[in-house]
Design a protein around this ligand. Structure first.
Ligand SMILES: Nc1ncnc2c1ncn2[C@@H]1O[C@H](COP(=O)(O)OP(=O)(O)OP(=O)(O)O)[C@@H](O)[C@H]1O
Length: 606
């Protein structure tokens, strides 16, 4: 029996275990405001019992005078109590206003701090963790915590305040009739137990429907964003998206409605039990006053105290169960913050060998994406020499981008090892490794920032260095793009921002390529960022790359053979393995897959 109660209590209230951690976060936001919020509540908490007791003294005095005083001036004690009561009213008003102000300021800081904690932590996680739907679900729930549950601590402070008021009232009332308090509390227990149960159920439902909520969020974004508007209009997808949204929303709504209705019915019944207990006690107080056991002043104090106690204890019990329900969401929030990346910097690190003297080597590398059985790469032996430009070609899904992800340690190989001048990638500091590699992916990000910032993201520490940004723009061919913008480098790009200008696909690519020139990388990786460039611009990009980066290694992925042919070495990848490797002329002479693909593309131009 005892154990099952313990389990019940742990399940309901064990969630409060996170509160100290949450309190620390709040304290870090502002110790002064946190103390202010608590201090003001303490002051506010003792006012109701004081006010009730002063009211009792006033009534008793009035009855004692019984119409014999000519004016209030004749009764200095009554005058004094009236003044005290007035002062209490003013003080109560002032403290509640001050509390509202302090809480609002504290809440805003806390919401921001929580959002920053989420963003900060998200940046440390592995790409693999991000790509898993479990993490997306957890992140979605953690975000809800960030936006919706922020006033949990303020609610708990309120509970503390209510509890203090209740205790002082109980002390006053117990002197008159202890058993009455017991009746009042017992009457409220069913309501509290009911609330606890329904809150836990609400959380379970929310958790079970996280995927649907995430889908709704996605559909809302796709259905109402500038990026998707073009395609949605032309394909006439509006109705389809709305239908999808409605289906997901309805399943969530259906479940919530069932719970809300049951909750409504049961809480009505439980509240009636609580009111019955209160009213029973009240009738007994009136009866005892009529019998002369209590004075009229006592009646004022007791009936006032019981009315207050009834509402205080109900809000206290409901508050505790509600916050316990809410605190369950903290589980998700802290579970997210407690996630640790798998790919980390080792304790003892080796510096990135800069400049590269010998080259980069993949030795017998094998890799499967998490949750899949298929090898994306297997038995891969690949090298990029110092100062060499290697081109990777192969059909869609051959594993080209996967090689880049392993090289930048976004993923860790399942087999084999990757080294730079003999130093294992996993022995290097992650930031150091990434600082020496410049990568532009085919799905580079189009930031809703200014043109200068869009280039500076390649080396965010140089955001203020306009000379460097302009030089990178020249090298990546973005200078011509920026010149045409009305606000030049200060022009916000994209459709989302005020005065934002969108660019063509090729213009965006030039901006992205310029990012790579922001850092003086030892290895430059271009994963098809030139696919939207016209033929002349693409040739220009690669000519410049060779001229500007003499002696530095480069890995270029492209489906355009006109680009690829100029590389020092070409590697043909198929099903995650190297099929052929050599110069353009070697490979043509071999008359293998490269020659076949080259001939196919050349035929397209004839
Ligand atoms: N995040 C992922 N999770 C699971 N499988 C993936 C993931 N990313 C890629 N793959 C699979 O791994 C294989 C190699 O993909 P990769 O992106 O390296 O191909 P690619 O050669 O770059 O293709 P493309 O020319 O189309 O860009 C493909 O079969 C692909 O479906």
């Amino acid at each position: 029996m005892f154990t099952s109660w313990r389990i019940w209590l742990l399940r309901r209230f064990g969630v409060y275990a996170h509160l100290p951690r949450m309190f620390r976060q709040l304290w870090q936001c502002s110790p002064a405001l946190t103390l202010g919020s608590i201090g003001l509540r303490l002051v506010q908490a003792i006012q109701p019992p004081l006010a009730l007791y002063v009211a009792k003294l006033i009534v008793d005095d009035v009855i004692r005078l019984d119409g014999h005083a000519d004016s209030l001036a004749g009764s200095p004690r009554l005058e004094m109590w009236l003044a005290v009561e007035f002062a209490l009213i003013i003080m109560s008003d002032l403290t509640s206003r001050a509390m509202a102000l302090v809480d609002a300021l504290l809440n805003e800081r806390y919401i921001n701090a929580v959002s920053i904690a989420l963003m900060d932590h998200a940046a440390t996680l592995d790409l693999a963790q991000f790509e898993s739907s479990e993490l997306q679900d957890l992140l979605e729930r953690a975000r809800r915590q960030a936006s919706g549950r922020n006033n949990l601590l303020v609610q708990l402070f309120n509970i503390g305040q209510t509890a203090l008021t209740a205790v002082t009232l109980v002390i006053g009332v117990v002197a008159f009739a202890p058993w009455m308090v017991v009746v009042l509390i017992v009457g409220l227990l069913p309501a509290a137990a009911g609330e606890a149960r329904f809150n836990a159920e609400a959380y379970r439902l929310m958790r079970a429907k996280t995927a649907e909520r995430r889908e709704m969020e996605y559909l809302r974004h796709v259905g109402a964003s500038a990026e998707h508007a073009k395609e949605i209009k032309l394909f006439g997808l509006g109705g389809f998206l709305v239908g999808r949204f409605r289906t997901a929303a309805n399943t969530v709504l259906e479940q919530n409605r069932g719970l809300a209705l049951r909750r409504f019915g049961w809480s009505g019944l439980f509240a009636a039990i609580g009111s019955l207990a209160y009213y029973g006690v009240y009738i007994i107080i009136v009866r005892d006053t009529v019998r002369g056991q209590f004075s009229v002043g006592d009646l004022t104090f007791l009936s006032g105290s019981f009315l207050r106690l009834h509402s205080l204890l109900s809000s206290l019990l409901l508050g505790i169960t509600q916050t316990a329900g809410q605190a369950q969401y903290l589980d998700d929030f802290f579970a997210f913050l407690d996630l640790r990346p798998v790919i980390t910097t080792p304790v003892v690190t080796q510096p990135f060998p800069s400049p590269i003297r010998h080259g980069i080597r993949f030795r017998n590398v094998g890799f499967r994406y998490p949750g899949t059985n298929r090898w994306a790469l297997r038995h891969l032996e690949l090298s990029i020499g110092a100062g060499e430009t290697v081109a990777l070609v192969g059909e869609n899904g051959a594993g080209k981008t996967t090689i880049v992800k392993l090289l930048t340690r976004l993923y860790e190989p399942d087999e084999g090892e990757i080294t730079v001048d003999g130093v294992l990638l996993r022995d290097m500091d992650l930031d150091d490794l990434r600082a020496h590699i410049g990568v532009i992916f085919q799905d580079f990000v189009r930031y809703s920032l200014t043109a200068a910032e869009n280039i500076a993201v390649g080396r965010i520490g140089a955001l203020e260095d306009s000379a460097r940004i302009m030089a990178a723009a020249r090298e990546g061919l973005a200078d011509g793009v920026v010149e045409k913008l009305p606000l030049g480098y200060d022009q916000p790009l994209g459709k989302r921002v005020a005065k934002g200008r969108d660019l063509s696909g090729g213009e965006w690519q030039k901006i992205a390529i310029s990012r790579a020139y922001m850092r003086d990388a030892d290895l430059l990786i271009l994963d098809e960022p030139t696919s939207a460039l016209d033929a002349r611009a693409e040739a220009d990009v690669f000519d410049r790359m060779r001229a500007l980066r003499q002696g530095k290694s480069a890995l270029v992925i492209s489906h355009r053979f006109s680009t690829v042919r100029t590389a020092d070495r070409i590697i043909v990848l198929e099903h995650g393995q190297i099929l052929e490797s050599g110069t353009h002329d070697d490979l043509l002479a071999r008359n293998g897959r490269y020659a076949e693909l080259f001939a196919l593309q050349a035929a397209g131009y004839q």
